[in-house]
Unconditional design. Structure first.
Length: 327
C-alpha cells in the first residue's frame, strides 16, 4: 500500500512539472482537454468516476468527439473518446491530438503505425508495450489513438487513456507454464506462416472464414491474429488514390526500434513472396504517407487482374500488413 501511495505521489509531482513546462505551448482547447485527462489519470480519474457529469468532450471545430469513463476487463479505469466524422475532420483531429500529446509528454515514446489512410498510435513512457485486450498492467502504454477510414467518406476516431495509479494496475500475472515444443510441420511452416496462409486464402471468400458472422460498424477483430501482432482486424476502406471500396485484413506490429521494424518487414515480405501466385506482380518502393508526408517503405504483391493485393509497410518503429480484395 505504501508503494502504491509513493508511486501515485511521484506521478503527481512529475505531472505537475510537465504541466508547467507545457502550459505555454498548450493553448488550444483540444490540448488543454488532453492535459486535464492526463492529470486526472495520475489520480485514478477520481473526479470523473465520482461525478460522470464532469466528463468533457475532446471536440474541435468540425469534429465533435464525446467522451466517457469506462473500465478495462481487469478493472483499470479508462477515459475513452469515440466519434465517426468526416474523414478530413478526422485527419485534422488526429494530427492535432498527436501534436498535443507530444507537447504534453515530450519524454514519451510514440509507436505509430500509419501506412496509408488508417493511423494507430500507442504512447507512454520509454519501453512501454501495447496492452492486451484484457487491459493494461505495469509497463504497458497508457494512451491509444487511432482513426480508421470508412467507405462512406467518414472515419472512426478513438482515444483512450488508462489510469496511471489504479489499485488494479499491477505486474502482469505469470502465464501458464510453456507447452512442450510442437512437432515440426512437414512443410516447415511455423505458426506465423500458417496464420498468413489462412489470412491470404480467406481473401477469396471476403474473409468470411476469419471474421465474426455479424460484425458491427464495418470493423471486426479477425479470428486469425498473426504471431507478435498488436492487433489484427477486418474492415472496409477506400483504395489509395481512388474511391473504390475494398475489404481488407489488417495487422500491425509496434516494434521496439527501427532496426527491429525493418527486420520484421523483411521477414514478412519474404514469407508473402512465397505465398504470392507466380502471375502476381511484385514491387517494392518508398511512398509518402497521406497525412504527414512521412516516408514509408512498402512491399506489395498485386494480382494479375488488379483486384487483389497484399502489402507490407514500415515507417519508424511500426510495421503494417494489408491484404485487400475488391470487385
Amino acid at each position: 500500500m505504501i508503494k502504491k501511495t509513493l508511486r501515485a505521489f511521484s506521478l503527481l509531482c512529475f505531472s505537475l512539472l510537465l504541466a508547467v513546462s507545457a502550459l505555454a505551448q498548450c493553448k488550444a482547447p483540444l490540448c488543454q482537454g488532453l492535459q486535464n485527462i492526463l492529470d486526472a489519470a495520475v489520480t485514478d480519474f477520481r473526479k470523473y468516476r465520482a461525478n460522470s457529469a464532469v466528463v468533457s468532450a475532446l471536440s474541435t471545430e468540425g469534429a465533435k468527439v464525446p467522451c466517457q469513463m469506462s473500465t478495462w476487463a481487469n478493472n483499470v479505469p479508462m477515459y475513452i473518446c469515440y466519434a465517426q466524422i468526416a474523414y478530413p475532420s478526422a485527419e485534422s483531429w488526429y494530427a492535432n491530438a498527436l501534436d498535443s500529446l507530444r507537447i504534453l509528454q515530450p519524454s514519451w515514446q510514440f509507436k505509430i503505425d500509419s501506412p496509408v489512410a488508417d493511423h494507430f498510435v500507442d504512447a507512454g513512457p520509454p519501453d512501454c508495450s501495447v496492452p492486451a485486450t484484457d487491459g493494461p498492467y505495469v509497463g504497458h502504454c497508457p494512451v491509444h489513438l487511432q482513426i480508421t477510414k470508412q467507405t462512406d467518406g467518414t472515419a472512426k476516431v478513438y482515444l483512450w487513456v488508462s489510469s496511471l495509479s489504479s489499485f488494479y494496475l499491477v505486474n502482469r500475472p505469470p502465464g501458464p507454464p510453456p507447452k512442450a515444443a510442437a512437432a515440426p510441420i512437414a512443410t516447415g511452416c511455423d505458426e506465423l506462416c500458417l496464420g498468413l496462409k489462412k489470412a491470404f486464402e480467406a481473401r477469396a471468400s471476403g474473409f468470411e472464414g476469419i471474421r465474426p458472422a455479424n460484425p458491427s460498424g464495418g470493423v471486426s477483430d479477425a479470428t486469425i491474429k498473426l504471431t507478435g501482432a498488436a492487433e489484427c482486424a477486418i474492415n472496409t476502406a477506400l483504395r489509395l488514390h481512388s474511391n473504390e471500396p475494398v475489404l481488407q485484413y489488417v495487422c500491425y506490429w509496434p516494434e521496439s526500434s527501427a532496426s527491429a521494424a525493418d527486420t520484421r518487414f523483411r521477414d514478412l515480405a519474404a514469407r508473402l513472396q512465397v505465398l504470392a501466385p507466380s502471375n502476381w506482380a511484385i514491387r517494392q518502393d518508398d511512398q509518402a504517407e497521406e497525412l504527414t508526408g512521412v516516408k514509408v517503405k512498402a512491399w506489395c504483391a498485386v494480382a494479375a487482374d488488379n483486384k487483389q493485393e497484399m502489402c507490407i509497410y514500415t515507417s519508424g518503429e511500426s510495421v503494417g500488413l494489408h491484404i485487400q480484395t475488391w470487385k
